[in-house]
Design a binder for this molecule. Structure first.
Ligand SMILES: [Zn+2]
Ligand SMILES: [Zn+2]
Length: 378
C-alpha cells in the first residue's frame, strides 16, 4: 500500500531539524492557504484545500517530538496505529485494479478515500480562530461551536426504523461491491465496482427512520473545547482528529482543523518568540540619561539609559519575550530607543536651544563630525 510520506510532503529530509521543518511548513502553508484561493474555481480551491490539510497533518506530526518518533518507527501518526492500520486504509489484501488506482490518486492528494464496502470518510471542518496577542502569548481555552454530521441517534446510523426494516441487498449479496475478473496479458486482474442497487451499503432499507428520513445521519451543533498552547503564532494549525463529521458505513470521522489568526498588538511586534518595542524618550532624557519603565506582557521592567543615548539604539531584556511553542524557555524583548525632538517651540525656548548649541563643540557630535569629514573625501 502507498504510505504517505510526511517528510516528502514537507520536502525535507528525514534528519531535518525542528527549524527546517517549521520553515518548510510555513512556506508551503502560505502557498496553499485557503484564503488565497477564495476567487479561484471550485476544483482549484479543493485541490489547494486538500494540499493544505495534507501539509498541516504532516507538520502536526513532525513538529511534535513524540509523534515524530512514533511516525518514524511505525509509519503512522495515529495513536495505536501500526503501519497497516494507519493513514491510508482501503482494500488491503484484495488487490484489484481499483485499489491500485485509488492508492495512486490518494498519494497525489486526490479525492476522499472510498472503501470497498461503500464506506466514505466524514468531512473535515475547517475554521478560523482569532486570538488576541495576549491569548496567543500565554495560551487560552476556547469553546467553539461546530456543526457536524453525526450518525442518527435513533437508528444508530442504519437509516432503518428497526432491525426488521433492513434487507440484505440481493444484487451484491451484502458485500456492497460487484467483483469482476478479467484476463489480461499480465495475468488475471480483479476489478471491483460499487453496487448500484444499494450504493455500496450492502443493505436495502424497507422502512426508513423518521428522524433522519433514512439517511442515517443528522446535523448536530457541538462545542469543541480547544486548549491553545502558549506561544502559538499566526497561521499555525491545530488539528482535532475524528472530531469532524461522521464517516459513513465504517469510514473514518473527519477532522476539525483550526487555523490560528493572532491580532497584532499596538506596541509589541512579534518575530518568532521574540518581541520588539519602540520606546520614545525626550531629547533631554537621551542627553542626560534616565531611568525608564519598559512595558512587557507582564509587569513593567525598569531600565537605566546611559547619557548620550541615540535614536535606534537597541537593547535586550532577556526572557521577556514569548514562550517558545511547546517548550519551557522564552524569547527576549528587544527595546529600540527613539529620541523625540520637541515640536512647536516658543521663541524663548528656541533662544535657549540656540544658546545651548553655540556652547557645544564638534567633539560632542561625533557622528556628524565623521560625516562631515567623509563628505570632504567625495
Ligand atoms: Zn435515523
Ligand atoms: Zn448491493
Amino acid at each position: 500500500m502507498a504510505e504517505k510520506d510526511f517528510y516528502k510532503i514537507l520536502g525535507v529530509s528525514r534528519s531535518a531539524s525542528e527549524d527546517e521543518i517549521k520553515s518548510a511548513y510555513r512556506k508551503l502553508a502560505k502557498q496553499y492557504h485557503p484564503d488565497l484561493y477564495s476567487g479561484k474555481s471550485v476544483a482549484e480551491k479543493k485541490a489547494a484545500e486538500d494540499k493544505f490539510k495534507e501539509i498541516s497533518r504532516a507538520y502536526d506530526c513532525l513538529s511534535d517530538a513524540n509523534k515524530r518518533t512514533q511516525y518514524d518507527q511505525t509509519g503512522s501518526d495515529e495513536v495505536g496505529g501500526g503501519s497497516g492500520g494507519g493513514f491510508w486504509r482501503g482494500g488491503a489484501g484484495t488487490g484489484g485494479f481499483e485499489d491500485i488506482f485509488s492508492n495512486i490518486f490518494s498519494s497525489f492528494g486526490g479525492a476522499a478515500r472510498q472503501y470497498q464496502n461503500g464506506a466514505v470518510d466524514g468531512d473535515d471542518i475547517s475554521l478560523n480562530l482569532t486570538l488576541t496577542f495576549k491569548e496567543a502569548a500565554f495560551g487560552c481555552s476556547k469553546e467553539i461551536p461546530i456543526t457536524r454530521v453525526e450518525n442518527c441517534p435513533d437508528c444508530g446510523g442504519t437509516g432503518a426504523k428497526n432491525s426488521g426494516a433492513v434487507k440484505t441487498c440481493s444484487k451484491c449479496g451484502g458485500s456492497g461491491v460487484m467483483r469482476h475478473v478479467m484476463n489480461t496479458p499480465f495475468g488475471q486482474m480483479a476489478t471491483t465496482k460499487t453496487c448500484d442497487q444499494c450504493g455500496g451499503r450492502g443493505k436495502i432499507i424497507t422502512d426508513p427512520c423518521k428522524t433522519c428520513s433514512g439517511g442515517g445521519r443528522v446535523k448536530k451543533l457541538r462545542t469543541l473545547n480547544i486548549s491553545v498552547p502558549a506561544g502559538i503564532d499566526n497561521g499555525q494549525i491545530m488539528t482535532y482528529y475524528n472530531q469532524g463529521s461522521a464517516g459513513v458505513n465504517g469510514g473514518r470521522n473527519g477532522n476539525v482543523i483550526v487555523i490560528i489568526n493572532v491580532r497584532p498588538h499596538k506596541l509589541f511586534v512579534r518575530k518568532g518568540s521574540d518581541l520588539y518595542i519602540d520606546v520614545p524618550i525626550t531629547m533631554t532624557q537621551a542627553a542626560l540619561g534616565c531611568k525608564i519603565y519598559i512595558p512587557t506582557l507582564e509587569a513593567p521592567v525598569s531600565y537605566t539609559i546611559a547619557e548620550g543615548a541615540q535614536t535606534g539604539q537597541q537593547f535586550r531584556i532577556k526572557g521577556y519575550g514569548l514562550k517558545h511553542f511547546k517548550k519551557e524557555s522564552r524569547g527576549d524583548l528587544y527595546v529600540k530607543i527613539i529620541v523625540e525632538i520637541p515640536k512647536n517651540l516658543s521663541s524663548k525656548e528656541k533662544d535657549a536651544l540656540r544658546s545651548l548649541e553655540s556652547s557645544l563643540g564638534q567633539s560632542q557630535y561625533p557622528t556628524q563630525r565623521a560625516y562631515l569629514e567623509n563628505i570632504k573625501e567625495i
